[in-house]
Structures are given as structure tokens and as C-alpha cells.
Design a protein around this ligand. Structure first.
Ligand code: AMP
Length: 217
């Protein structure tokens, strides 16, 4: 299964992709992670990419495509992959089309109010990085991490005004790609309208779509 997953920040995309990875036995490949690894290693590519990432801009297509090509050549990607954060431009989508047969594109559709509610209630532990949510996953003791006793804080970009700006950028960038895949009949919308929907329900919906596609072949 070669699959792409689109979803706004705070849609739970990472959680679903990692659960699907274990069920489908294919790697979850995030180009954001690939870029962060290069930056951490201080490689030549990492040094260039860092300037873009820090400004919140897209890293040039050539750099991203080279990193991804290298990653997709590893043996674990032979059986397929779940791509997260790629493609982000039509040029990147064309690269994929020329080199791989994509089976499915999942588009997570989440209303802005749900995202804002989820992200503006998200709390992170200063010490161990554990993630909580005041509404859906509260810590046992207010503002204190259950695991390590560290202090919980809210990320600077998880404030409602900033979340709205992040969502606007996401929608503007992604819309042309959604249309690109819809026109090719590869895109399937998955609706997550309720903040309290457990991740397993969404994962099950995606698995049902995968089964449908397999039976159509
Ligand atoms: P992410 O973790 O997916 O939000 O990615 C973090 C940053 O890495 C982005 O803000 C971009 O600067 C860069 N990046 C990740 N994926 C891509 C991509 N497909 N094309 C261009 N830049 C990317």
C-alpha cells in the first residue's frame, strides 16, 4: 500500500499514521522528520534547509525530493509507505506520479473549531515532552505531568490567533494538491467532526477504505 495522508495541524495525523504503520507493516515517512534529522546531523543539506525551516518556509523541492528518494530506497519501503508532509507542491506531486504508483490519498477533514479547541487545550511537559489535553486527556494533578512530575506548558504557537494563521497557511498550500488528487480519483475524505472521537475509530475508517480499494482491483 502506497498511501499519502493530508490533514491540518492538530488533526491527529501523526497518531493515525503511526497506528496504520504497525497494522499495515509499512513505514510512516515524514519529510519534516527527514529534514529535522539532517539539521540535527549538521550536514550540508541540513545547514541549507535550516534557514527555510526557521522562517516557516518550504525547503526547495530538489532538497526534499533527494532526501525522500534516498529514504524510499531503503528495503522497508519496498512493500509500500505512508507519506506524511509530502507532497507540498505540485512539482513534488509530479515527481511522485512519475516514480511511484500511489494507491490512495487520505484527506482528513476537520472543522477549524475542532482544531482550535484541541490545540488551544494542548499541554506539554517541560521535562519529558509528554502531551496532555485539558479536555480529552487531562493530567491527574493540574498542570503537573503524570509521568515525571514536570511542569506542563502551552506551546507559543498553540494560541487561538496563531492556530488560525497556521490553518490558513495549511489550507492555501494544500488546496491545489487536494484538487490534483481528487481529479485523479485517488483522494478519499475522512471526516473527524468531533473532538472526542477516539483515534481507533478514525483508523478503522481508513482501514475500511483500504479494503474497498483492494477489492476494486
Ligand atoms: P512538518 O514537520 O511536516 O511540519 O515540516 C517541518 C518543516 O520542514 C516545514 O515547515 C518545511 O520547512 C519543511 N518541509 C517538510 N516537508 C516538506 C516538503 N514536502 N516540502 C518542502 N518543505 C518541507
Amino acid at each position: 500500500m502506497r498511501m499519502l495522508i493530508f490533514g491540518p495541524p492538530g488533526s491527529g495525523k501523526g497518531t493515525y499514521a503511526s497506528r496504520l504503520m504497525s497494522i499495515l507493516s509499512v513505514p510512516h515517512i515524514s519529510t519534516g522528520d527527514l529534514v529535522r534529522e539532517e539539521i540535527k546531523r549538521g550536514s550540508e543539506v541540513g545547514i541549507v534547509a535550516k534557514q527555510y525551516v526557521e522562517r516557516g518556509e518550504l525547503v526547495p523541492d530538489k532538497i526534499i525530493i533527494d532526501l525522500l528518494t534516498e529514504r524510499l530506497q531503503k528495503p522497508d519501503a519496498e512493500r509500500g509507505f505512508i507519506l506524511d508532509g509530502f507532497p507540498r507542491t505540485i512539482n513534488q506531486a509530479m515527481f511522485l506520479e512519475e516514480n511511484f504508483k500511489i494507491d490512495l490519498v487520505i484527506n482528513l477533514v476537520v472543522p477549524d473549531e475542532v482544531i482550535i479547541q484541541r490545540l488551544s487545550n494542548r499541554l506539554i511537559c517541560k521535562r519529558c515532552g509528554a502531551i496532555y489535553n485539558r479536555l480529552t486527556l487531562p493530567p491527574k494533578v493540574d498542570e503537573i505531568c503524570d509521568i515525571c512530575g514536570g511542569e506542563l506548558y502551552q506551546r507559543e504557537d498553540d494560541r487561538p490567533e496563531v492556530i488560525k494563521a497556521r490553518l490558513k497557511v495549511y489550507r492555501e498550500n494544500t488546496e491545489p494538491l487536494i484538487n490534483y488528487y481528487r481529479e485523479r480519483g485517488l483522494l478519499r475524505d475522512v471526516y473527524c467532526n468531533d473532538l472526542m472521537t477516539p483515534p481507533d475509530i478514525i483508523v478503522r475508517k481508513i482501514l475500511e477504505i483500504i479494503e474497498e480499494i483492494k477489492s476494486e482491483k
